[in-house]
Structures are given as C-alpha cells and as structure tokens.
Design a protein. Structure first.
Length: 543
C-alpha cells in the first residue's frame, strides 16, 4: 500500500523521542518517526506527502468525558437555547422555541436545551403559553434539571402523587401540591431519556457530533452516558457497517441509581458490548451518577450547605454494598465504572466502595473514573492515586465566573469555593489525570483554552474580562496538560498501546495547530488555530 510522509514540528508525547520532523504512515499506522531524509528514503518516491511546514503536530487529542450523541441531538434535534450564552433570557428563549416549533411541525414531543436557570421564577405556565397543545421539555444547560409544560407532565405521568413519591427536592410543587413543571436529577434524567428517538435520528445526531468533534481537533472521545433506552449502540453499529465513522468512541452505559441487581446490569452491558462493539465504537464501562451539581444544591457534600442548614445535597447512588458488587462484577468483565462525582461526599463514598471492591478482586488497575471533582479532600486525592482511580478534571471550569462564583460562595462558603477543581494535587499524588469538557452539558470544548485555563486557573480576557483566576496553586505545566488530553486518556480507554502518542506501530491520529503549546507565550496559546485533524493517516478536517 502507498505510504504517506507527514512533515512538520512533531511533538510526539513519547518520552524516548519527544520531537521529530517527519513521520511515515503505512496502512493507517506509524511506520517511522524521525528525520526528513530518512522518512523520504523509507517511504519511496511515490509516497504521498502531507507537509504542514512550521506548524505543530500533536498526537490526536482525546476527550475523557463528553456526551456526543446528545451534542448532535441538541445541535439539530432541539431548540438551541445555548446560543443566548451563559445568561438567562426568557424573552429570547421564547423566540427560539417558537421558531423551532414552526420549522418542525411534525414532531410529537418538543425539546429545548441550554436553559440557564436563575432566581427568576418560571413554571409550566411559561411553556404552556408557547406550546399548549404538545409536550414540551426545556432542559437545563447542565442537563440535571428540566421544565415541563402541562402536556409533558401528563405524558411523563407526573402528578401530585408521583411528585410526592419522588420527593419535593426532586419534583417541585406549588402550594396546592401540584407539580410546577420543574424536575431535577433522577426524574429529570428519566424524562429526558424517555423521549422517543429512532435509529435514523440517532445516526444523524452521531454524524453531526462527529463533524463538530473532528473540527475541534478530537480523534477519539468517551461517551459518558450511553443509555440503552436510546438507540446509540445500534446507530453506531449501522454507521460502522456503512463506513461512515471516523471518530473513535469509548462508551460507558448508564446504570440506574442503586441498581436492584448489579450483577444483572453488568451482564446486560457485557451482552450489548458483544453485539455492538467494533473498531470505532467500544463499550468499555458503566456510568453511574452519585450526585448532582452545586448550583442546584444537589452535589453531595460532606457538610451541610451554608445556605441550607441540615441539608448536604442529593445522594443518588448511595448503596455501598450494591456499588461494591457493581465494581467487582464489572471487573470480571474487564469493564470500568465511570462515576459523576461533584461533591466531596460523593467522591468519599465512591472511594470507600472502590477500596472494598479491590479487596475482593485484587485488581488495582480497573481504571475506574471519577469525573468533575469540584470539591475533593486531600485524603481522597491520595486515595484516588492509591486505588488507581482516574481523575477526570475540567480545567475549563476552574476560573471564577460572575454570578456562578458568588452563588457557589453562598452555598458552600468562601474556603470551599476557593479550593475547587484541583488538578496539580492529583498529579503530585501520582494519579493518571485526564481532561474533560462534559460537552454539551458544559458549552465549551476547546483544546487550547484547556491548556490556558490549566496553567492560568482563569480565562483569557477575550473570553471573560477581569481577573477570573481561582485556586492558582493547582496550576499545572503545559506538558501535563498535553498528557491529560493524549496518552493519559488513551490509558483510560485501555488503548495506550494503540494511540495517545506518535510512536512506531500506533494508529496515525494527529492534530495540527499553528502554535507550540509547550513553549509559546500562554496568551498566544489562547489564540491558537487548528490547521488539520488526521485520523488513520488521512486528513479528515482541514481549516
């Protein structure tokens, strides 16, 4: 087969050969990394040449925790409220929703996503005025809450009795005990995932996400929340058969809170894996949600919320014995457990379970993942490293955002708010740190800004004006940031032998930028431009 020569400033992330000027690709894998003349000699005169000049070539960047199908769903299957930005504008939301309904009269259930709830009271009446005759669900940007109109409440079977069963901290009610339309956590997730989606629709969402991710410089991503009620696995399988997949996806299947039969849940995931996993879509673990989010007062804390004495958040999956059984059973199948864990109470609980499961399995290389990690005690940072648990951290969330930060201080106190989102401490403890964006739950997914915020602990002025730095002692080096988006994520996926660095025999995935992320001024890094994305040795995106 014809060989390809890649030329440019290559940063390999291979400790033995960190830099090179040329690489040779054969059959989609690296056949040589080194100097230009030797590459030309080995490749032969007929070799294809991809010359990126003075630009910088990195191993293909990878995302450790995102929700790809839902990114595509939000992009083309829902009214996109995120275009309003990080603010609340119910008048503008109304315009966007009405326009979407007018363009999609055939839909039986409507959805919108990207809503930023604030202190302004809003109930089902708001959506009833916009859409009185069909179910309408307005999902929050963080996906942990939603607002339903009356028709949607009826469709979901949520009445006064059901609200009482769920609990009024999860389904809000008025003074008469009737649901207001606002749901959070478990009930919200259940409703969102029960909206019917066809395989063909799911395929269109996957392809929309794939285009966006590749244009963002990604070559592989985690899917942190594959729901078997939503036909992702079947859609991915059909797209694979059709030869339309380029982006590699490593999926984690959602497990119900306090699953009644953990062993059966694992067996079911293993069966789905055997049926649908292939080169571009692999099921590698289970997804559990331990708690919610701080802004909704649903993060599980080790102390009470400062503004709600006697209340420490929502404990979603909080059955110790069932979690230990789930982790141990997953280990038998070579699966990891990927946990949403925002509060320090959730993280402490999960590490207790992992330690007890390891006593059963004897395996300290299961590569369980805890994602988000807004608040973590020093003790639990050390325990994560000791148990081989992977911290998936969000550098893009580390800075102070006006409004959000003040709310956080009010909720948990100044000291706790200022200690949020550790990164360096995980590295110092010896953990395998990976970066994530949580896109589209969080609206920003950006390689260059991840590097910037990990070093500066705040945002560039053109993104957010003013001094937004927070917890600067947790800043890390550029090399650590690159590792957290390349080789460390490959290890999370159990693919470190195949990707994550530019080495002989590995898959030829690369991302090209016009910036030296290791040495250029950090303000230049923030303005870097992507040049190309290369997957399996083929240029799949060019700016």
């Amino acid at each position: 087969m014809k060989k390809t020569i890649i030329l440019g400033n290559i940063i390999t992330m291979d400790e033995k050969r960190p830099y090179a000027k040329a690489a040779v690709v054969k059959n989609g894998v690296f056949a040589y990394i080194g100097g230009v003349e030797e590459a030309k000699r080995l490749a032969g005169k007929d070799a294809k040449v991809m010359d990126y000049g003075d630009n910088f070539i990195y191993p293909g960047f990878m995302e450790a925790h995102a929700h790809g199908v839902f990114a595509g769903y939000r992009a083309i299957g829902q009214a996109n409220l995120a275009q309003v930005g990080l603010k609340t504008d119910y008048a503008k939301y109304r315009e966007i929703i009405k326009e979407f309904i007018a363009k999609n009269p055939q839909r039986q259930i409507y959805m919108a996503a990207g809503w930023i709830p604030n202190e302004e009271p809003v109930t089902k009446a708001y959506l009833n005025e916009i859409c009185p005759d069909k179910p309408f669900i307005m999902n929050s940007a963080d996906a942990h809450s939603c607002l339903l109109n009356t028709k949607a409440l009826e469709w979901a079977g949520i009445d006064a009795q059901r609200a009482k069963e769920y609990g009024y901290d999860l389904v809000y009610v008025d003074e008469k005990g009737e649901p207001t339309g606002y749901l959070c956590e478990g009930p919200a997730f259940k409703v969102i995932h029960e909206v019917p989606v066809t395989v063909e629709e799911a395929k269109s969402y996957i392809l929309a996400w794939q285009d966006f991710a590749i244009a963002s410089g990604l070559t592989a991503t985690a899917f942190a929340g594959d729901d078997l009620r939503f036909p992702e696995a079947e859609a991915y399988y059909e797209l694979e058969q059709e030869g339309k997949l380029k982006l590699r996806t490593y999926a984690n299947v959602i497990i119900p809170d306090n699953a009644e039969d953990p062993k059966a849940e694992v067996a079911n995931v293993a069966a789905i894996r055997a049926k649908y996993s292939h080169e571009y879509y692999k099921i590698i673990g289970l997804k559990v949600l331990l708690d919610g989010v701080t802004e909704a007062h649903t993060a599980w804390l080790l102390k009470d919320y400062d503004d709600q004495p006697g209340y420490h958040g929502v404990e979603r999956f909080n059955d110790h014995d069932k979690m230990v059984e789930l982790i141990a059973e997953a280990d038998k199948e070579g699966l990891s457990v990927h946990a949403h864990s925002v509060g320090n109470g959730a993280t402490h609980f999960m590490l207790d379970c992992i330690e007890d499961a390891e006593k059963i399995t004897g395996n300290k290389d299961q590569r369980n993942i805890l994602a988000h990690l807004q608040y973590v005690t020093d003790e639990d940072i050390r325990r994560m490293a000791a148990t081989g648990t992977i911290p998936a951290v969000p550098p893009l969330w580390s800075g102070k955002l006006a409004g959000n930060y003040e709310q956080e201080v009010s909720s948990v106190g100044q000291e706790m708010a200022d200690s949020a989102y550790p990164i360096k401490s995980f590295y110092d403890a010896g953990a395998n740190v990976v970066f994530h964006s949580d896109y589209p739950v969080s609206p920003m997914m950006d390689v260059k800004l991840s590097i910037y915020t990990a070093e500066r602990r705040g945002y560039p002025q053109f993104v957010v004006a003013g001094d937004t730095r927070r917890n600067t002692k947790e800043a890390i080096t550029r090399e650590q940031s690159l590792r957290a988006m390349t080789i460390n994520v490959a290890r999370q996926f159990r693919q470190e032998h195949r990707m994550g660095s530019i080495e002989f025999g590995k898959i030829a995935n690369m991302t090209v930028y016009d910036c030296d992320f290791l040495h250029d001024d950090i303000e230049k890094v923030a303005q870097a431009n992507i040049i190309a994305t290369i997957i399996d040795g083929e240029e799949v995106y060019k700016a």
